[in-house]
Design a protein around this ligand. Sequence first.
Ligand SMILES: *Cc1c(COP(=O)(O)O)cnc(C)c1O
Length: 426
Amino acid sequence: MDLAFDRQHIWHPYTSTLTPLTCYPVTSAKGVYIELEDGKQLVDGMSSWWSTIHGYNHPVLNEAAHGQIDKVSHVMFGGMTHQPAIDLCKKLLKLAPSNLEHVFLADSGSVSVEVSLKMALQYWHAKGTPRSKFLTLRDGYHGDTFAAMSVTDPDNSMHSLYKGFLPEHIFAKSPQCGFWHEWHESDIDDFKHKISQHNDEIAAVILEPIVQGAGGMRIYHPEFLRRVRALCDEHNVLLILDEIATGFGRTGKLFACEHADVQPDILCLGKALTGGYMTLSATLASKNVADTVCGGEAGCFMHGPTFMGNPLACAVGSASLSLIEEENWQAQTNMIEHQFATRLPKLRQYSQVKDIRWLGAIGVVETHHPVNMEAIQALFVEQGVWIRPFGRLIYMMPPFISEQEHIGKLVDAIEIALQTEDCFQS
Ligand SMILES: *Cc1c(COP(=O)(O)O)cnc(C)c1O
């Protein structure tokens, strides 16, 4: 591959054009293995950012894609519909929290967040009492487009760069009580204070249930989420749950909100929706939200992307949901959680380790010093695994089809990195 061209001309995520980091050339992938150009096989620890839950090159998903591509790859969704969209949405509504009845399909997770925020704004406008603020949590992540970024942690997403342009919303303290720890009532104080202080300005609360992902891989107490739902009801504020990362079994429940037994008014889904084959998102709304939005002055929901309901993506998404309906994900994520629970605690002995935590098919090692990306990435590749840390977080979210030996290989590689000084900045 022409890596020199790539290096000189192609932007990669959060990467400098002046001093780009090494990019590893991939030629194919199958199951949990990613194959590099030199033939090296890497055990995947990332599910390509939460998405490839069934593994790569899956026969059922391949068949769905091939079958659809020979019929129609894309057709506009305005005034037309098709079986793949109907199949996908039927399955989604069957699996999702029971109060959600309407599905809006769009291109990506960030767009789903934009859509959810627009729904909330239109909801209050339609009621004749417009509201323009959102309440969210510190350390959250909701995407890279502007509205999504405006509710993402201000420091992590460098709000300072966009000052004067980015809308300013309300941030409550992030939960401090971990999932497996004791609940302390004071954890909800700041949130409670902010929602009661600003309740008639707040259109909706938006947050990631149970696991704050890209904002810090924080796994918090279900009681926090239960309190949030109760406070939203008490203060008449909508609740948007962003399950773009956590949805479809990743936390050991089909949706993370099930850990707290709560239902959102609006739900954002993406990432694993197509089993990692292509980009697609879904924003689900309650009947109350949809009816109110469409009963307002606009008479409809004001959004309609070109590739809305793309048949190819819907066909693969529908096939992926069929795999989920077979329910193997439950045993698989239980097994992975058990592997993390038995293998991760021994890493506490290394001085570099600040904390370890896990839930479902998510395992996190937080270190004292930020990783040296170039060095740690090279070490992982040499060890035959694909793990991509950021900052002080080395984390794994392997495909659900991973076996014990694969999880073992990932954890072993991390253990070697923890003993290698080069892998960390001092
Ligand atoms: C990844 C992510 C998004 C953004 O999705 P994209 O498809 O990257 O636009 C939004 N919210 C959460 C919680 C995510 O993890």
